[in-house]
Design a protein around this ligand. Structure first.
Ligand code: NAP
Length: 344
């Protein structure tokens, strides 16, 4: 049972998986957004115990995650993988913490809200247990689509992702750097983290394929999570998820069909005022969203907005988005959720 003790206005915050690609961005987001933290505690595996990480000008020690790590903790931000979340998130919740979990462990649990603050902040209301952060490709694809869906319901969407190394964690980023160096120097390189050669290559997303549907887990997450967050199972969705040799920030080509005719100008107007997104759409200069421009930035970049000419009814739009999935696709979204938990 989660605790019903009210959350302090400046709670003790712990990060589980603080040394990972998402973990260090969680620290960065807490600092950058001046999140009111009375004490920050960092945990990771035994390998990292004794390290320190900087926060607000201080070196904060990293300790090994144990069942005792959650005493007195108000908010626990988890980013250490699904198996750690499955084991330790319920322990943290029982100890009185509200858990914001970056893994996929609880995302389809009907008792656990799955939240993008720009879309369904109301799902958090009164929640004192575990809250799930959606999959990074899902967040980046649907945050710009939500304000469109609100004015002209989306009935069908087809997404194709171009996913960066950072989405597979710090070790995958290092593998991309190493593989690229090796390739340029003419050395052999055997991949250890990802299943295929990564430098100057791309491959279908490295998650399990469902033999029945032929979709991989990443594609299935985008489909199911979009239905859950939009609270609309009737949207017809298909996805192709691909890993590309980009260090950081995912790109996604999206085609969507609305209930009524819609123009690129209308979509541009909607995107211009929507929270969490930024219009980058300059056909004159052929300047559109790029992962390098999105890296290290909060907003999801949206551009290449055009009528989808394959639908003569005028109800379909094609566009292209890029978002830093370590930020809006993970750490930033989690810290935004934590902000919603603070007493007002
Ligand atoms: N990368 C993304 O863009 C992204 C986006 C959305 C969600 N996520 C999810 O966020 C989680 C973390 O991803 P990541 O990319 O940050 O991975 P990562 O770079 O590989 O980091 C993993 C973290 O988990 C810690 N860890 C591993 N085993 C542990 C153990 N037995 N006990 C305690 N801590 C342990 C690691 O600590 P050590 O350094 O000590 O090994 C490290 O801090 C995953 O569930 C992932 O699916 C990632």
């Amino acid at each position: 049972m989660p605790s019903d003790r009210p959350l302090a206005s400046s709670p003790v915050v712990t990060i589980v998986g603080a040394t990972g690609a998402v973990g260090v961005e969680l620290i960065h987001c807490l600092e950058a957004r001046r999140f009111p933290v009375s004490e920050l505690r960092l945990t990771a595996s035994a390998r990292s115990a004794g390290r320190t990480l900087p926060f607000n000008g201080r070196a904060v020690p990293v300790s090994e995650l144990t069942e005792e790590s959650f005493r007195g903790v108000g908010i626990a931000l988890f980013s250490a993988g699904g198996s750690i979340s499955k084991r330790f998130a319920p322990i943290a919740a029982r100890a009185g913490a509200v858990v914001v979990d970056n893994s996929s462990a609880f995302r389809m649990d009907p008792a656990v809200p799955l939240v993008v603050p720009e879309i369904n902040p109301q799902a958090i209301a009164g929640q004192r247990g575990i809250i799930a952060n959606p999959n990074c490709s899902t967040i980046i694809a649907i945050t710009p689509l939500w304000p469109v869906h609100r004015v002209n319901r989306i009935r069908r969407m087809i997404v194709a992702t171009y996913q960066a190394a950072s989405g597979a964690g710090a070790a995958a980023m290092e593998e991309l750097r190493e593989a690229t160096r090796a390739q340029l120097e003419g050395r052999a390189f055997a991949p250890k983290v990802l299943p295929h050669p990564y430098a100057f290559n791309l491959f279908s997303h490295n998650s399990k394929i469902d033999p029945e549907s032929g979709y991989n887990e990443e594609e299935t997450k985008v489909i199911r999570e979009t239905h859950r967050i939009f609270a609309d199972d009737s949207i017809r969705i298909s996805a192709t998820c691909v890993r590309v040799p980009v260090l950081r920030a995912h790109s996604i080509a999206i085609h969507f069909e609305c209930e009524r005719p819609i123009t690129p100008a209308e979509v541009r107007d909607i995107v211009q005022t929507a929270p969490g997104v930024k219009l980058v759409d300059d056909p004159q200069r052929n300047y559109f969203p790029m992962p390098l421009d999105a890296s290290g930035k909060d907003p999801i970049l949206v551009g290449r907005i055009r009528q989808d000419v394959s639908d003569p009814s005028g109800r379909s739009i094609a566009l292209f988005v890029c978002g830093d999935q370590l930020l809006k696709g993970a750490a930033l979204n989690a810290v935004q959720i934590a902000e919603l938990l603070l007493p007002r």
